[in-house]
Ligand binder design. Structure first.
Ligand SMILES: NC(=O)c1ccc[n+]([C@@H]2O[C@H](COP(=O)([O-])OP(=O)(O)OC[C@H]3O[C@@H](n4cnc5c(N)ncnc54)[C@H](O)[C@@H]3O)[C@@H](O)[C@H]2O)c1
Ligand SMILES: [Zn+2]
Ligand SMILES: [Zn+2]
Length: 345
């Protein structure tokens, strides 16, 4: 099969012929129809993830059809249309039994712990725990985004951030995670302020429900304090940047909640005195468990959430190396979806 292969961190990957994945007991192999280009793929390619062993195939935000079913898997058959949380949880450990699959210590992530979905086929472990059946009307391109960024933002805003109608929510970084967060927070009735360096991303944020947009820069915090009348209830770092973290904490009102979704491989220094004195909450958020998908899928089916509108570009595997490379300098506005079976398939 064809796959995007990283042979050295930071060096342009190449599309190569590699062996197809073998189905494992309890798992499935999925024919990948669509897979999103997430900044976490870029982090992995840059060598920011210690789980990755070279040579490596990235890709973790995927949808497709089951091509092979492993021993012992009940309830799933060849041809079923599926997606999966990128965090494939074991389903039996203490965290999983308590429902917290997104922090399962035995989790396996395609595209990080083993070869991922920038390929014609991908293997998925613990199928009964993680597979999510796609409703009939949901196309593969849209469903791919539910494997990582849209679902991650759903959990961050709704479950971890506990965002309620009428609250001010400031989303810093309006790429795949951030635009999803804008749409989800607006659908919950929050008053959303979107922050980005890219005017085209801010334009999209407005169309997905942001009440105000702010250009990132030295004036951003002052503008947010004005727009919110003294500070936001919720901020979210949807890029992963020290500058954003500092701005976000300054933009919060006392007892505000900060959601950290963007990865910070170099770490960050927090003003802990301010966290204490203002009783600010620092909240990490990681993916979302498969059992939480029905609530999100219902909101998609009813049209309250419209992840299909986030997609602005569809590319084939051959364009992936160039697209990953371009992410070092910036991100084109909106979400890019890759079709490993070919762009006309
Ligand atoms: N916690 C999780 O479970 C999880 C899941 C998915 C992604 N992530 C991480 O979330 C982050 C975002 O991923 P993505 O795919 O949405 O990224 P992206 O590249 O699509 O979007 C980043 C956005 O940030 C904007 N930006 C750049 N500099 C900025 C600045 N100084 N201020 C404000 N905005 C700025 C860009 O213009 C772009 O719109 C990454 O770190 C990714 O690894 C985490
Ligand atoms: Zn991702
Ligand atoms: Zn587990």
């Amino acid at each position: 099969m064809r796959a995007v292969v990283v042979e050295e961190f930071g060096v342009l990957p190449r599309v190569q012929q590699v062996g197809e994945p073998v189905v494992g007991a309890g798992g499935v192999v999925v024919k990948v129809e669509a897979t999103g280009l997430c900044r976490s793929d870029w982090h992995g390619w840059q060598g920011h993830d210690s789980d990755i062993v070279l040579p490596h195939v990235p890709g973790h935000e995927l949808a497709g059809t089951i091509a092979a079913v492993g021993e012992g898997v009940r309830g799933w058959a060849v041809g079923d249309r599926v997606t999966t949380p990128f965090i494939c949880a074991c389903g039996v450990c203490e965290q999983c039994v308590e429902g917290n699959h997104q922090v399962c210590p035995h989790q396996l992530q395609p595209g990080f712990n083993y070869w991922g979905s920038f390929a014609e086929y991908v293997a998925l472990p613990f199928a009964e725990v993680n597979l999510v059946r796609l409703p009939e009307g949901l196309d593969f391109d849209t469903a791919a985004g539910l494997g990582c960024r849209f679902a991650t933002s759903f959990r961050a805003i709704h479950q971890v951030g506990r965002v309620e109608a009428g609250e001010n929510v400031v989303v810093f970084g309006c790429g795949g995670v951030g635009l999803s967060a804008v749409m989800i927070a607006a659908a919950l009735g929050a008053r959303v302020i979107a922050v980005d360096t890219n005017p085209a991303a801010l334009e999209l944020a407005r169309s997905y429900g942001a009440a105000d947009v702010v250009h990132a820069g030295p004036e951003a915090v002052r503008e947010i304090l004005e727009l919110t009348g003294g500070g936001a209830r919720v901020t979210m770092d949807a890029l992963g940047s020290n500058e954003i973290v500092q701005d976000a904490l300054r933009a919060l009102r006392p007892r505000g909640r900060h959601l950290q979704v963007g990865l910070l491989p170099a770490g960050v220094q927090l003003d802990v005195s301010r966290l204490i004195g203002q009783e600010l909450e620092w909240l990490g958020s990681h993916g979302m468990a498969a059992h939480s998908y029905p609530e999100m899928l219902d909101l998609v089916a009813s049209g309250n959430l419209r992840p299909q509108e986030l997609i602005t570009r569809t590319i084939g595997l051959d364009e992936v190396p160039g697209a990953l490379d371009a992410m070092t300098a910036g991100t084109p506005a909106g979400v890019t979806v890759i079709r490993p079976q070919g762009i006309t398939a």
